[in-house]
Design a protein around this ligand. Structure first.
Ligand code: ATP
Length: 419
């Protein structure tokens, strides 16, 4: 930990261990944090497992740091968000048993050993002790360290994918994200589970969550390609198939997102939506509607995806025809950033690409110098006219028809006289 965890986080973990000492519970860092720590990937999403009451411990932790805490009583878990630090996901160490395949498990409080045994892959079964005398000691009951070294994704038992088919998606995401490989037996088990159509039993909301995770990966294109290798794309819609066209579009989306990042306009709120739009583009209209109605993806983004599927092509034709910047602005001004990026990825027209670039980089910053207050000083009576004048001034600015405040005053006087 010494070399790989930034000092403030290390101190935080040490203090967490000391708090656990005082409260007479045992606490461990687990999951993705430990896995990524050992392979040198920065990850400040801290997963803690508590042998004892996790929620009570999370509350004490939140009180200690005056942090926000959200509890999920049913699962015995809580999230503690520090004002300017990492987030702790605190869980009560637990065992899970599955009454039927793909159902949510029955949960019971347990020891860390049992908690680690219910995990998906060996590389996620590592834990680090945080209590004082043992601070920093690695707990490795399932060969997690060996598999990290061998870059292998391995399930803990033969029924793992049957118990919880979301692990199929998790395996593919981890494999692609970390550049690991499925261990041979795990790959066989996964293929068997897929052939048994076990993933079809997932509820739409669990499937949606997995699809969202895939689209939110840093490199979703290769993750989607791998889903296609396992014939999992039809779970999203039976007509969704991998094709050279879809691959080209997804790569174009990736490039367009990189282009946007290079403009330093601030991080994109939901890059995943742009990849989602590309997947929907591979489907006929009715299938898009069916898919988006069935999946439970966030509402605003679902609307954007639906809009693009229905109106995107028409909008690109309109953009082809716009001449003045103000026309381009009006065509694009209500669209979210993600939609603009998708249009950038789909169009082949250089002019249209330039228009979208101008919109994103320039047009939105344009502002007339004159304000409503100035119009009043110029002796114009307040009313609906103001809106029209200000809009006209804005268009004139965009189109380069006015450059100075004096130009704007002249334009206002001319328009006001014409009334
Ligand atoms: P990510 O970096 O994608 O967030 P993570 O490994 O931190 O990956 P989480 O979804 O935060 O994943 O889950 C935390 C831990 O809980 C995982 O490391 C894993 O050990 C365990 N876990 C999560 N989902 C499952 C599952 N479906 N079955 C078994 N264990 C799971």
């Amino acid at each position: 930990m010494k070399d790989r965890v930034p000092l403030p986080v290390r101190s935080l973990l040490r203090e967490t261990g000391q708090l656990a000492d005082r409260r007479r519970v045992r606490v461990y860092a687990t999951g993705g944090f430990v896995r990524d720590l050992l392979i040198g990937i920065p990850n400040l999403d801290l997963d803690l497992a508590v042998e004892g009451n996790g929620i009570r411990f999370a509350k004490a932790l939140a009180q200690r740091y005056q942090a926000r805490v959200t509890t999920h009583d049913r699962f015995g878990t809580a999230t503690v968000t520090l004002a300017d630090g990492p987030t702790f996901d605190v869980a009560t160490a637990r065992t899970e048993s599955y009454d039927s395949p793909a159902a949510l498990p029955t949960v019971r409080r347990s020891s860390i050993e049992e908690d680690l045994r219910r995990r998906d892959f060996t590389i996620n079964t590592l834990a680090i002790r945080l209590n004082t005398p043992h601070f920093g000691e690695l707990v490795d009951h399932h060969g997690g360290r060996r598999d990290l070294k061998d870059k292998a994704i391995r399930v803990l038992h033969g029924l793992s994918f049957i118990d919880d088919p979301t692990r199929v998606f998790r395996a593919i995401r981890l494999e692609q994200r970390l550049g690991f490989q499925l261990d041979r037996n795990t790959a066989v088990l996964m293929k068997e589970a897929v052939n048994m159509k076990i993933c079809h039993r997932l509820s739409p909301s669990r499937l949606s969550a997995e699809f969202l995770h895939v689209l939110s990966e840093r490199e979703p294109v290769k993750t989607l390609a791998r889903l296609a290798d396992f014939n999992l794309l039809p779970l999203i819609h039976p007509q969704l198939k991998w094709s050279p066209g879809l691959a080209r579009l997804l790569n174009a989306v990736e490039k367009a997102i990189q282009w946007h990042a290079g403009l330093s306009l601030g991080p994109l709120a939901s890059p995943w939506v742009v990849y989602g739009m590309a997947c929907m583009e591979a489907l006929p209209q009715p299938a898009v509607q069916e898919t988006l109605a069935r999946l439970t993806l966030p509402g605003r983004q679902t609307q954007s995806m639906l809009w693009v599927a229905q109106e995107g092509a028409r909008l690109l034709r309109t953009l082809n025809r716009t001449v003045k910047p103000s026309e381009t602005f009006r065509a694009l001004c209500t669209l979210p950033e993600e939609t603009l990026i998708f249009l950038m990825a789909t169009t082949r027209s250089k002019q249209t690409k330039q228009k979208i670039t101008d919109m994103v980089t320039t047009y939105r910053k344009v502002k007339p110098v004159l304000t409503g207050h100035d119009l009043q000083t110029m002796g114009l009576e307040p009313g609906p006219l103001y809106n029209r004048l200000l809009k006209r001034l804005f268009d004139a600015r965009l189109n380069g028809e006015v450059e100075t405040k004096a130009d704007e005053c002249r334009l206002v006087n001319r328009l006001a006289k014409r009334r």
